[in-house]
Design a protein around this ligand. Sequence first.
Ligand SMILES: *[C@@H]1O[C@H](CO)[C@@H](O)[C@H](O)[C@H]1NC(C)=O
Ligand SMILES: *[C@@H]1O[C@H](CO)[C@@H](O)[C@H](O)[C@H]1NC(C)=O
Ligand SMILES: *[C@@H]1O[C@H](CO)[C@@H](O)[C@H](O)[C@H]1NC(C)=O
Ligand SMILES: *[C@@H]1O[C@H](CO)[C@@H](O)[C@H](O)[C@H]1NC(C)=O
Ligand SMILES: *[C@@H]1O[C@H](CO)[C@@H](O)[C@H](O)[C@H]1NC(C)=O
Ligand SMILES: *[C@@H]1O[C@H](CO)[C@@H](O)[C@H](O)[C@H]1NC(C)=O
Length: 423
Amino acid sequence: MTTTSILFPIIITFIFLLTTNLLLNVTASQPITFPTLAIHTTTVSSNDFAVTVMPTLSAYYFVEARIGLPRFPVNLALSTTIPTTWVQSADCVVCLDVPSKSMNFEPADGFEPVLGDDTKYCVPPVAKTATLGDPCRYVLGFSQGILGNDTFSLVSPPSTSSPPSSLEINHFIFGVGKQNTVNFGAHSPIVGQLGLGKGHPSSTLSQLNISRFSYCLPPSNSNHQNTTATLEFGPKAGLTTAYYYNTPIVEGPPDHPFDYYLNLTEIAVNNASVYTPSKQRRGEPGFVIDVGATVTLLYKEAYIRVKDAVMEYLSSNFGLYPVYPSRPVTKPPTYELCYYNQDLESITTLAYPNISFHFEGGAVLQLPESQAFHNFVDELQTCLVMIPKTGTEPSRLGASQQRGWRFTYDLLQSELSFAPNGC
Ligand SMILES: *[C@@H]1O[C@H](CO)[C@@H](O)[C@H](O)[C@H]1NC(C)=O
Ligand SMILES: *[C@@H]1O[C@H](CO)[C@@H](O)[C@H](O)[C@H]1NC(C)=O
Ligand SMILES: *[C@@H]1O[C@H](CO)[C@@H](O)[C@H](O)[C@H]1NC(C)=O
Ligand SMILES: *[C@@H]1O[C@H](CO)[C@@H](O)[C@H](O)[C@H]1NC(C)=O
Ligand SMILES: *[C@@H]1O[C@H](CO)[C@@H](O)[C@H](O)[C@H]1NC(C)=O
Ligand SMILES: *[C@@H]1O[C@H](CO)[C@@H](O)[C@H](O)[C@H]1NC(C)=O
């Protein structure tokens, strides 16, 4: 009797594992439990400053800003991987394909280049040193040009009644983009990036003296006139949600000083762990949250485990097999795991697998089906919208997989909080 009661949980676990294995034929999976202790509560409900966040069709998210006097309107894509804000200049050599006119930055309009190599703004890794008297040049991933300063403001949604309705900064340092190689999609309204990365004197956050910000991303097909999705700044940013998960923001490698690295502990498919990162594994590149990446890029090992688990689940439970050989659905990016819509629609009981990302401290980001799979109507296929990556760049949790959640970055606490239904 005693033996039985001791063995009972072990037997149950064994039966569970056996059943899971028989059903899904996933040999490496371990069932994991979802912690509940990590959920925090709050009652504060006001924000310091909020700006409307709008989507483009290709899942870039942007805010509206004004530069100079008279105020020139610019749409800037959110980026958490670069610290400094930049805007395309009318005299660009390599230019974004934008329908609107770009701004000519002239001293007559209040614009001043940041001169010399003796200011704290002109230091690597953002800026290259300049000769005294010459404007300092910046190089930020997709854009190069000179640093300058002008009046800069972010515009609040009209509905926000609490002051200030516009955040205005005199002598704001930003990049004037002369060579801009990023592709925001055809006829995108975006003419630059609002840098929200940490770490450099020229960063938007240091200049605003802000150590906390929060955003929520609306679906990319939403009518942006109606969206309540916001980017919030200040000590109370993001505190409107009732409960949330917390995970530490950790230091990345020295060559990624601006990125927000997270300690990923697990990726699970239907509550079964399919991937556990290991610092010992060669090539394991770490995991960052990246609002400027449209979709999630996963370290190849991790992607294969997720893909295999999704395939096993759909074949064992519904007799579904992917399109093979897989072919590009959109380019770029290309997706490796796709199913014909006709096959999916023939199964009335179809339930997509739940994919979740688990982080240090018990934080769980469970992706709704619509964020893990996308129906490409024109191609008659539905694909897993994640991309395997090789090389030493970190895995990136992209914007498409962040939609609907509210993410709050606290640089003083080195903590990321997130909550569902945050828009
Ligand atoms: C910004 O421009 C003003 C003139 O408009 C100038 O006095 C100031 O030195 C500039 N700041 C920097 C850091 O270049
Ligand atoms: C920045 O903000 C902190 C409080 O958040 C304040 O103590 C400090 O004086 C501010 N610094 C500047 C330069 O405004
Ligand atoms: C947006 O709001 C307008 C009027 O406020 C309404 O007519 C329209 O249906 C709304 N669109 C969506 C997608 O909710
Ligand atoms: C993140 O993970 C690394 C490696 O496992 C560990 O050394 C570090 O302490 C973790 N960071 C935090 C803030 O928990
Ligand atoms: C996964 O865990 C959640 C929360 O604990 C639970 O609601 C759900 O039913 C579980 N799903 C499976 C397939 O076990
Ligand atoms: C996915 O999660 C939802 C909510 O927890 C649950 O209702 C559903 O059954 C899960 N789907 C699968 C395939 O386990």
